[in-house]
Ligand binder design. Structure first.
Ligand code: ADP
Ligand code: AMP
Length: 211
């Protein structure tokens, strides 16, 4: 099974992706995590990617599409994969088609902008693993520390208020058109109310995948 998680930044895609990966044994691919890893390396590409990340704009398709297509050709994706954060615009959706990538299910995590701002501003992450917490809705066992490693959590620089606004603008302009793109395709498209508590959202996702 190959599936795509669509939704605004901060809708809960990464949080749910980690759970789905464990429950259904699929490869979990987050292009945001891939880009943050590139930005932490050395060199011209790292610097270039970093400018897009910190401004909340999309990394150009020339950089990201080939990387993603290469990633899903790796053997751990044979059992199925889950895309979190890709595609992010129509050209990326078309690029998946052109590469012959078959998608079985698209889950759209739908939520209001007001809730998104609360989620992103309270988000804390463990940079190494990408594990995501929320200071109120999904706190770690020990304040400020990752549950698994005990290492310090950080606030993503693109979760600053002015960058959140930019990322939402980018979402409406570039990513939202993908909803109709996938609704009109011959695949399963399911909208999930992502404004509910974490466990309830997980349960709806589980049911959608199992049916
Ligand atoms: P995305 O990957 O879509 O950008 P995340 O999974 O990182 O979003 O979630 C954004 C923030 O919202 C995190 O702080 C996360 O802990 C929190 N969160 C995720 N799902 C829920 C939920 N159902 N209810 C409340 N908070 C949530
Ligand atoms: P995310 O972790 O999904 O919120 O992504 C963080 C940032 O990574 C985005 O704001 C973009 O700069 C970049 N990014 C992630 N996925 C993509 C993509 N599919 N296309 C372009 N840029 C992306």
């Amino acid at each position: 099974m190959n599936l795509i998680l669509l939704g605004m930044p901060g809708a809960g895609k990464g949080t749910q992706a980690e759970i789905i990966q464990r429950d259904f044994d699929v490869a979990n691919i987050s292009t945001g995590a891939m880009m943050r890893e590139v930005s932490r390396s050395e060199g011209e590409l790292a610097e270039k990617v970093q400018t897009f990340l910190s401004s909340g704009t999309l990394v150009p398709n020339e950089i990201i599409v080939e990387m993603l297509v290469q990633r899903i050709s790796e053997s751990d994706c044979d059992k199925g994969f889950l895309l979190d954060g890709f595609p992010r615009n129509l050209d990326q959706g078309k690029a998946l088609d052109a590469a012959g990538v078959a998608i079985d299910l698209v889950l759209f995590l739908s939520i209001s902008e007001e809730e998104i701002v609360k989620r992103m501003s309270g988000r804390r992450v463990h940079p190494e693993s990408g594990r995501s917490y929320h200071i109120i809705y999904n706190p770690p066992e020990k304040e400020g520390l990752d549950d698994v490693t005990g290492e310090a959590l950080i606030q993503r620089e693109d979760d600053a208020p002015e960058v959140i606004k930019k990322r939402l603008d980018v979402y409406y302009r570039e990513t939202e058109p993908l909803l109709d793109f996938y609704r009109n395709k011959n695949l399963k498209f399911i909208e999930i109310d992502a404004s509910r508590p974490l466990d309830e959202v997980t349960e709806s996702i589980r049911q959608s995948i199992s049916n």
